[in-house]
Ligand binder design. Structure first.
Ligand code: FAD
Length: 373
């Protein structure tokens, strides 16, 4: 299908990658983003091999490698810092792109914003939709800025709390708390830390991952009964306590935590919409339709893959219905595996299941994700 008029609601990772891919095919693309500053919070993000491959396909990998940090393999340590294993991270994209990486989220967002705008996407920030109505072969959208416009396709890429999902699929599942929460902090990178390293405590897991030449981020996962809101001022003290049993680099970071530390605390929520992922000419992508915990570091990657597959299926199909059905058919099983196995990995951590079972599930799921989309 050529020259479609397409609206994307949400300028996160999935929405921006969809805009770049659709503009490559000369579709007319409008993107509305609720946040007037089009910003994102300052934490690191881990990029798996399949995620790096997807970013290479979108055409942004050189910028990511120049700004972030890519390397091969992950070191596994005990909580006190003794190295017990190395996990390989095969190169699955271009041969010159390592099998794993990390970057600061605002830097990734900046790169994607620049490519989205350079591709010719018409972006309006501080704007959302008021209503989305089927109108014959078109979808009529009224916006919060008072404009109205008709589209051939509307893509809901508005994240975990998607309003497009609520509007188009009344009664759809809502996000569920997974029983774990994460802590992240951006800290200086010592020269010795050149790739991701994990430290396995009995129920608390910690890790570090380089995100640039100068910085890395600490990530910590803990079991937590309720998804409490915590006061920012209390975060350094709670995180220090959680990290009490840890040694090595994690112990050193713990000892340096204070009011100055850039700590982000987030409970994990998951969601997997049953098929279909479209109704009429409205389709959901990214966290709006499949939100995962970060146990496989694949949430962003499967959103980028959605963008690639949706654009490919629009190319191939001769009707919108066929394109959207083919898109979900290609995406559902892969996303289901990521979400369900991430939840299982979290449950194993919460209940102190054998580390070998955890490692085996991680390996088998990563092997599936290494296969081409
Ligand atoms: C603690 C934590 C750690 C994670 N770590 C990793 C990791 O290491 N690696 C990884 O791959 N994934 C990770 N993820 C998952 C990853 O962050 C998400 O899968 C990814 O950000 C989803 O991208 P998205 O574009 O679908 O949604 P979002 O990033 O949520 O973007 C949605 C966009 O839509 C906008 N928006 C919202 N509502 C509206 C509206 N009504 N109208 C217009 N715009 C709207 C928002 O402002 C936002 O810009 C992690 C998730 C969590 C919670």
């Amino acid at each position: 299908m050529k020259s479609q008029r397409i609206l994307i609601v949400g300028g996160g990772i999935a929405g921006m990658c969809a805009a770049i891919e659709l503009r490559k095919r000369q579709h007319h693309v409008d993107l509305v983003e609720l946040d007037s500053r089009w910003s994102v919070y300052g934490a690191g993000i881990t990029l798996s091999g399949p995620t790096l491959r997807a970013f290479a396909d979108v055409g942004v990998i050189d910028d990511i490698m120049a700004t972030g940090w890519c390397s091969d393999g992950v070191d596994i340590h005990t909580a006190v810092g003794d190295k017990v294993a190395e996990l390989p991270t095969p190169r699955v994209g271009r041969p010159d792109v390592p099998g794993a990486g990390g970057i600061l989220r605002p830097e990734l967002a900046r790169i994607l914003r620049e490519h989205t705008l350079a591709a010719g996407t018409a972006v309006r920030c501080g704007t959302s939709f008021e209503s989305i109505e089927a109108d014959g072969q078109q979808v009529r959208v009224a916006f919060t800025d008072g404009r109205t416009c008709s589209y051939d396709l509307v893509i809901g890429a508005d994240g975990l709390q998607s309003k497009v999902r609520e509007h188009i699929f009344p009664g759809a599942p809502t996000p569920a708390y997974s029983g774990q929460a994460s802590w992240r902090a951006v800290v200086p990178r010592p020269a010795a830390i050149t790739r991701a390293a994990m430290f396995m405590g009995p129920t608390v897991k910690a890790g570090v991952n380089p995100i640039s030449k100068d910085e890395m981020y600490l990530f910590v996962t803990e079991a937590r009964q309720d998804p409490d809101r915590l006061e920012q001022a209390a975060l350094p003290g709670i995180l220090r306590q959680l990290l009490a049993p840890f040694g090595g680099i994690v112990g050193e970071i713990r000892d340096g935590l204070g009011e100055h530390s850039r700590i982000v605390y987030r409970p994990f929520f998951t969601l997997l919409m049953p098929q279909p992922w479209h109704r009429g000419r409205v389709v959901l992508i990214g966290d709006a339709v499949h939100a995962t915990t970060p146990h496989l570091a694949s949430g962003a990657g499967i959103g980028v893959e959605d963008a690639l597959v949706l654009a490919q299926e629009l190319d191939r199909a001769d009707s919108m219905e066929a394109a959207l059905a083919a898109h979900t058919a290609r995406r559902f099983e892969r996303c289901r595996i990521v979400i369900e196995n991430s939840i299982r990995l979290g449950d194993m951590e919460r209940t102190g299941a054998p580390k070998e079972d955890h490692a085996a599930l991680m390996r088998s799921t990563m092997a599936t994700l290494l296969t081409a989309i």
